[in-house]
Design a protein around this ligand. Structure first.
Ligand code: FPP
Length: 232
């Protein structure tokens, strides 16, 4: 890659697993399995390039309404991912953090998630956020209720701190694969000034080079945060 401005925080909407599998006459479960493999490949590449934080939308609150058979597959993939002892991302010294409501998961998955979070707590080479049973509107409503319960007014900073991403810098770049052009209830508050990048590739086929192209595209953008460009 030529000299570029790296986003410190990339968020990924990994869409298109089902369609990718269907086009290959395979079940959706195969698409999700390949999707997890690609998640590890692409996220470790992002850290290797120097990105500090990667946040993935692995399971939305709305995804929980999918047919039981598909949910079983997704839960199994999550179970396997968090029970594995070794992972490229763990080997890279990345801290793993889960954002979302864990109560939907069976106890064994919950325990493994908490164990991985605990074991990687002190790692500092990067932060990998996995959003599970996450919904941004629900997150915002919960934060409002928390402020009301505490009987206090909030400002932008204190409100951000009440979100499930509290303490994290906002994503600089949000990438969505799968050809859809929307945020689908992902990081709505945090995305206020994020650069958005949409790829027509399905998630399992989104390559390391595609990630680099997205970063190059980001790098060429002029981020003004509502301000005007400074004159030379
Ligand atoms: C969207 O594809 C993807 C999902 C609903 C889940 C994807 C999740 C992973 C790849 C990672 C799971 C995470 C861990 C930690 C194991 P889709 O099924 O909506 O695709 P479609 O739009 O083609 O139907």
């Amino acid at each position: 890659m030529r000299r570029i401005k790296l986003p410190a925080h990339i968020a990924l909407i990994m869409d298109g697993n089902g369609r990718w599998a269907k086009r290959r006459f395979r079940p959706r479960s195969y698409g999700h399995r390949m999707g997890v493999q690609n998640m590890v490949r692409i996220c470790s590449h992002a850290f290797r390039l120097g990105v500090r934080i990667v946040t993935v939308y692995a399971l939305s609150t709305e995804n929980l309404f999918r047919p039981k058979e598909e949910l079983d597959t997704l839960f199994d993939l999550i179970r396997t991912y968090f029970s594995k002892k070794k992972d490229k991302l763990l080997e890279m010294g990345v801290k793993i953090n889960v954002i979302g409501d864990l109560s939907v998961f069976p106890a064994d998955i919950r325990e493994n998630i908490l164990r991985v979070m605990d074991e990687t707590r002190s790692l500092t080479d990067g932060l990998f956020n996995i959003c599970l049973d996450y919904g941004s509107r629900q997150e915002i409503v919960r934060a409002v209720n928390a402020a009301v319960a505490q009987g206090r007014f909030v400002d932008e900073a204190s409100f951000s701190a009440l979100l499930q991403t509290g303490g994290l810098p906002d994503p600089d770049l949000i990438i969505r694969t799968g050809g859809e052009v929307r945020l689908s209830n992902f990081l709505l508050y945090q995305a206020a000034y994020s650069e958005l990048y949409f790829s027509n590739k399905m998630w399992p086929e989104f390559s390391k080079r595609d990630l680099e192209k997205a970063i190059e595209n980001y790098s060429a953008r002029d981020r003004r945060f509502g301000n005007v460009e400074e004159e030379d």
